[in-house]
Design a protein around this ligand. Structure first.
Ligand code: HDD
Length: 736
């Protein structure tokens, strides 16, 4: 890891801010203070040189570059008089402020992004002529993660699908893979996209709830529109509440067509596989996090990158023959509500993405980036999936409203890294100063440039994008209906549920029970229960019991799935633990040597130790704590080491006196905030370490014999702790 910026770790003291002084004569030119003062929230220097900054120089200027003497007072007719219209600085400043906001994305409004690289293994030449996949190359990327339903200011850990969009700046033009962390979608035809989104967004009368599917209109739609049941069960599973953006899979969802240099084609589904594995939080943690730290996921991503724990994903494809019927093991590859289990088609890895730099400016990059599933390069094409076909229209269209005109490809974050020689001219926000007089083809000015590939290259297979693979088109009539092969809405839903472990199934049951429990209309709950009877009898019975409703008679029995897909489960494996956060809780009596030993061991695993102390006062060796009992809450830690040897911070001693959290009836010798922290971490299945005889154990109700609870000399228990963390949770503590 880089040694400079461990989130929350001690940082060099920033220089004290200069006090404003009243100038007595001309001020000496000021030095640029940015280099001296850390500017990121964790104290790290913002990457990028000053030369690249839009704003330069020591003097404040107007937008026209004229120096400004005073920016704190408007020009008035006398110090108590009215403001004069001629004050251009005032008008320009206010005018610009008034227009700082642009419309947020109609979906996926809340997002966080990072820059990185994609290193191809160079093994895909037999599948595609796309150079960034076929050759062993490195391509710059920008990846934006998002939630779907919430507004830009909503919370991160809501139960929702996550967007996973990557822009590859290839030398053959930009390629966008605009996917989700769930491999199936709610609907089979794009014409229904406004319907599912209207149903999922807040109710139009009161505009509540924010960023949630736990309400009547959502469940009304999915219970009436049965093809949505598959995506919905993924949302109700732990996949709907990821632990981190770094610990999510990504899926292209649709089937795409790859074309190789010989013109041979294959159908593929894209997969992103996170190096850290797929992990989730518990629902209680999600609810708490939304209040305690609504920026949990974006903070985690930015901190990890800043700490040098760069997240990585492998990109792979499942490959299917480009057959006439485009079916695979009875699954219609054009149906976006179906996925192909990895047990039937393995994922072949093509390369690795590493996210290694945070954006410098959120608005310029994360907000203005414009993805589009139709941004394709030679060798990658779309299929006739009706959902994908509609997307090809929507993404171009939406940017015109969102980014204010048709020239959004010229915004720096959207600019291709390949030469651009289009014939698009003028329009709002045109920043190119096009030379030449003939932006049309053919022309006899401008040397006839630009030429389409076919006018230059003789070979029909010369690389060019959007080559329209000569796929036969069925001799059919115009018709508004889906093929029969789209009709089965339940078998894969049953397969998904039955592929999970019992612990995960219980989470699914609880999630449905919670969400339907938030609905007001009995008929909607009953209708969705009816749907569940078509998926799995145990699922329907579990949810019905929680809702206190009878289980409806199934109108059709669940179909026994031909295969299960155990790879869908998050349990039972061991994963890398780098980049995880471990709380190290101390009190006045803690031996600082032990603290340093534990910190060092954690740091040695490329994890982040965060010291939690009674107050912000440094430990006896001068180490400043990163959290206090007041600012820390269990949800931000993956594991906690309690080095509190004694009866820590007895009630009443704490600086915030009566305002302590926790159970006032507990052991008066133990700070209730620690009791709460230990009890929560225990309840959420996290690994916890206690000193021998810690009064915290009995006060928090933690059983010393429970799996994942270590008691003894904490600095000697770190290896055991790290092994426990590799499994993500002590799953045995959850009901099964
Ligand atoms: Fe979409 C944004 C993913 C179906 C219309 N979509 C958007 C984003 C992601 C997805 C990740 C955020 C991009 C970003 O970070 O800027 N969308 C999907 C997936 C789909 C899907 C995986 C199905 C497999 N989307 C879909 C349909 C339509 C749209 C069927 C419309 C017919 N999506 C949009 C949009 C958005 C968008 C309205 C909003 C902002 C934007 O495009 O740039 O055009």
């Amino acid at each position: 890891m880089n040694d400079i910026h461990i989130p929350g770790a001690p940082q060099a003291e920033p220089p004290a801010a200069e006090q404003p002084v009243k100038p007595r004569g001309p001020l000496p030119p000021k030095q640029d203070q940015r280099a001296a003062a850390p500017v990121s929230p964790t104290g790290a220097e913002v990457p990028g040189s000053d030369a690249g900054r839009a704003q330069q120089g020591e003097y404040l200027t107007t937008a026209q570059g004229a120096r400004v003497r005073d920016t704190d007072h408007s020009l008035k007719a006398g110090s108590r008089g009215p403001v004069l219209l001629q004050d251009h600085h005032l008008r320009e400043k206010i005018m610009h402020f008034d227009h700082e906001r642009i419309p947020e994305r109609v979906v996926h409004a809340r997002g966080a992004a990072a820059h990185g690289i994609f290193e191809s293994y160079g093994t895909a030449g037999h599948l595609t002529q796309a150079k960034f996949l076929a050759e062993k190359t490195t391509t710059k990327v920008f990846t934006r993660f998002s939630t779907v339903l919430g507004s830009r200011g909503s919370a991160d850990t809501v139960r929702d699908t996550r967007g996973f969009s990557t822009k590859f700046y290839t030398e053959e033009g930009n390629y966008d893979l605009v996917g989700n962390n769930i491999p199936v979608f709610f609907i089979q035809d794009a014409i229904k996209f406004p319907d599912i989104i209207h149903a999922g967004k807040p109710h139009p009368d009161r505009e509540i709830p924010q960023a949630q599917s736990a309400h009547d209109t959502f469940w009304d739609f999915v219970s009436l529109h049965t093809e949505a049941q598959h995506h919905t069960i993924w949302n109700m599973s732990d996949r709907g509440i990821p632990r981190s953006l770094r610990m999510m899979e990504g899926f292209g969802v649709h089937t795409f067509r790859l074309v190789n240099a010989e013109g041979g084609s294959s159908l593929v589904k894209f997969h992103w596989k996170p190096k850290l594995g797929v992990h989730s939080i518990t629902w209680e943690e999600a609810l708490m996090t939304n209040g305690v730290d609504p920026d949990f996921h974006r903070r985690d991503l930015a901190d990890a990158i800043e700490a040098g724990a760069f997240p990585e994903w492998e990109l792979g494809v499942q490959v299917f023959p480009d057959s006439e019927d485009q079916m695979f093991h009875g699954i219609d590859l054009l149906d976006p509500t179906k996925f192909v289990p990895e047990e039937l088609a393995e994922v072949q890895m093509l390369g690795k993405m590493t996210l290694n730099a945070n954006p410098q400016n959120y608005f310029a990059e994360t907000e203005q980036v414009a993805f589009h599933p139709g941004h394709l390069v030679p060798g990658i094409e779309v299929t006739n999936d009706p959902l994908l076909q509609g997307r090809l229209f929507s993404y171009l269209d939406t940017q015109i409203t969102r980014l204010g005109g048709p020239n959004f490809a010229q915004i720096p974050i959207n600019r291709p890294h390949a030469p651009v020689n289009d014939m698009l001219r003028d329009g709002y926000h045109q920043t190119a100063d096009h030379a030449g007089v003939a932006p049309y083809h053919p022309n006899s000015f401008d040397g006839g440039n630009p030429y389409p590939v076919k006018d230059i290259e003789e070979s029909a297979s010369a690389p060019s994008a959007l080559i329209d693979f000569p796929e036969p088109v069925s001799e059919s009539v115009k018709i508004r209906e889906s093929p029969q092969s789209f009709d089965d809405h339940y078998t894969q839903v049953t397969m998904f549920y039955r592929s999970l472990t019992r612990t995960e199934q219980l989470h699914v049951i609880q999630a449905y029970t919670f969400e339907l429990g938030k609905c007001y209309e009995p008929v909607i709950k009953e209708r969705q229960l009816q749907q569940l009877t078509h998926i799995d009898a145990d699922l329907a019975a579990g949810v019905a019991e929680g809702l206190g409703l009878p289980v409806p008679e199934p109108l059709q029995a669940p179909v026994e799935p031909e295969v299960l897909s155990p790879v869908l489960s998050q349990l039972g494996q061991t994963w890398p633990i780098e980049g995880r956060l471990v709380g190290v809780v101390v009190d006045e009596s803690t031996d600082v040597a032990a603290v340093q030993k534990v910190r060092k061991a954690i740091d040695g695993q490329d994890m982040v130790p965060l010291v939690v102390a009674p107050t912000g006062a440094p430990l006896s060796d001068g180490t400043p704590p990163q959290r206090t009992y007041l600012t820390a809450r269990s949800i931000e830690f993956d594991a906690i080491v309690f080095l509190t040897a004694s009866a820590a911070g007895a009630a009443g001693d704490s600086p915030d006196g009566d305002h302590k959290l926790g159970d006032p009836t507990g052991d008066p010798q133990v700070d209730p905030r620690l009791t709460l922290m230990a009890a929560e971490a225990y309840r959420h299945g996290k690994a916890v370490v206690f000193t021998d005889g810690s009064p915290l154990l009995s006060a928090s109700g933690v059983s010393t014999s429970a799996p994942g609870v270590l008691v003894g000399t904490p600095e000697k228990l770190t290896d055991e702790l790290f092994t426990l963390m590799g499994a993500h949770r002590a799953w045995e503590r959850f009901a099964a």
